[in-house]
Ligand binder design. Sequence first.
Ligand SMILES: [Zn+2]
Length: 89
Amino acid sequence: MIKMPNNLMQKAHEAPRCGAKTRRGTPCQSPMVRGRKRCRMHGGAYGSGAPIGNRNAWKHGLRSKEYLEEKRRGREIIRRLGVLMESGE
Ligand SMILES: [Zn+2]
């Protein structure tokens, strides 16, 4: 039997786990697919899932990236106006 250094598989063991609920009711122990949140058996397989930019679940856009960014900018402007008002007294 070939002796391997202990740390050779260390990284693989530390890989984040899938965590999907299995038929036993326990969290899946398989490693996540790179760039996905689940293992290859639980929806992480390449080619699975919706295409990029899919809007099948789009409702009103109030939580879209664009709208949240717009709100953030609006709040920033109001905050700066407040600072200006305080310093201008
Ligand atoms: Zn899994």
